[in-house]
Design a protein around this ligand. Structure first.
Ligand code: BDR
Ligand code: CA
Length: 315
C-alpha cells in the first residue's frame, strides 16, 4: 500500500474522500488547511471521519494554516457553510471524536514524513494549497522527494464554482496554488468540471447508497444533505458532486482516469474578475514546459464502484 498524506479542509465531500483514502492507502497523516468552514470545526470533522472508518487513534491529524497566505483579516477568507452546512457535515452536528489533534504543525509534519520516506510519500491536496505551498517554502528540497502530488483544484479553462472564473480551492489561495504549480513536483490535477461531469451522484445513486444500509452509507447521506439542496438551488444540478473523492479515487486507481494530457498550467492572482482562474495552455501557445498532468476524462462506473465499495465496507 502506498503512503499518502491528505491535506484537507474537512467538510462534506472531503470526509468521503478521507474514507476512500483510509480504505485504499496507508494514510500517514491528515493535515488541515483553512477552507470550507470554520477551522476547528474542520479539525473535528477529520477526527470524526477517522472514527467512522474505524481507525480512531490510528491516523494523526495536524492543524495547518487557518487562512490563505495573503489573507490579513478574517474577511479575506471566505468559508462556504451555505454549501456544506454550518458544521460542514450537512448540519449533522455529530458529537466530538475521542481522538484529539496532534500538537505539531501540519507543515512540519509534511516535511518530516517526506524526509523519513524520500520518494515514497504522495500528497492528496483536496483543499486550498496553503499548507503545501508553505511546506515547499520552508524546506524547498522536499519537491524532489515527494512521489506525486494529486490536486483537486482549478478548472480546465471552464466554469468555476465560487466565481464564474474560479474553482474554490484555487480561488481561496491563488498565491499558494502558484507556488505549488511551479514547484517542479510531479502533479496530477483534477479540475472542477471533471467533477460535475463524472462525479455527480444523482437521486437514484443516493437511493442505491442509502440501500446499502451500512454505517458508511448512512454517513454519506448525512454529510451530503445540505450540498444536495444547494446544488439544486444554485447550480441547477440534480445530485451531489464529489471532487475530493474523485481525486483520491484516481490516486488509488489511476485507471479511473481514462484520459489525461500534460499541459502548462498557471493560476491568475491579480484579475479583478478572474482571481483564482486556472489557465491550462491546451494549444501550447505559451511555449512553456508542461508542469501538470491534467485529467480530461474519467471512467464514471469505475469511480462509482470504488465509492460504493468503500461505503459498503464501513460498518
Ligand atoms: C472544492 O471546494 C470544496 O468545497 C470541496 O471540498 C472541494 O475541495 C471544490 O471546488
Ligand atoms: Ca475540499
Amino acid at each position: 500500500t502506498k503512503r499518502i498524506i491528505i491535506d484537507t479542509d474537512t467538510a462534506g465531500d472531503d470526509t468521503i474522500a478521507l474514507l476512500t483514502a483510509l480504505h485504499n492507502f496507508k494514510v500517514e497523516g491528515v493535515t488541515i488547511t483553512g477552507g470550507n468552514v470554520q477551522f476547528d470545526q474542520q479539525v473535528e470533522n477529520a477526527l470524526y471521519t477517522i472514527q467512522v472508518a474505524g481507525k480512531g487513534g490510528q491516523v494523526p491529524v495536524y492543524k495547518g494554516y487557518e487562512r490563505p497566505i495573503f489573507a490579513i483579516g478574517e474577511e479575506q477568507h471566505v468559508t462556504v457553510e451555505d454549501v456544506h452546512g454550518k458544521d460542514g457535515m450537512g448540519d449533522s452536528f455529530f458529537e466530538k471524536a475521542i481522538q484529539r489533534p496532534e500538537s505539531g504543525h501540519a507543515v512540519d509534519f509534511i516535511i518530516e514524513k517526506v524526509k523519513e520516506f524520500p520518494g515514497e510519500i504522495s500528497l492528496c491536496a483536496i483543499a486550498p494549497l496553503t499548507n503545501i505551498a508553505m511546506a515547499i517554502k520552508k524546506e524547498p528540497f522536499i519537491v524532489q522527494d515527494i512521489a506525486h502530488l494529486y490536486i483537486m483544484g482549478g478548472t480546465n479553462n471552464a466554469l468555476g464554482n465560487i466565481t464564474p472564473a474560479a474553482e474554490y480551492n484555487f480561488w481561496v489561495d491563488p498565491e499558494a496554488a502558484k507556488i505549488v504549480l511551479h514547484s517542479g513536483i510531479p502533479i496530477t490535477m483534477v479540475g472542477w468540471e471533471m467533477c460535475t461531469r463524472y462525479s455527480v451522484m444523482d437521486d437514484d445513486d443516493h437511493e442505491e447508497i442509502a440501500a446499502l444500509g451500512t454505517k458508511g452509507s448512512e454517513f454519506f447521506i448525512n454529510v451530503n444533505r445540505v450540498v444536495k439542496k444547494f446544488n439544486k438551488e444554485v447550480h441547477r444540478l440534480n445530485g451531489t458532486t464529489h471532487p475530493d473523492t474523485l481525486l483520491v479515487a484516481i490516486a488509488a486507481d489511476p485507471s479511473i482516469m481514462t484520459q489525461s494530457s500534460h499541459y502548462y498550467v498557471d493560476v491568475e492572482t491579480v484579475g479583478n474578475l478572474t482571481r483564482g482562474y486556472s489557465l491550462v495552455d491546451i494549444n501550447h501557445r505559451l511555449g512553456k514546459k508542461p508542469n501538470v498532468r491534467v485529467c480530461e476524462a474519467v471512467d464514471r462506473t469505475a469511480f462509482k464502484d470504488m465509492l460504493l465499495t468503500v461505503l459498503r465496507e464501513i460498518d
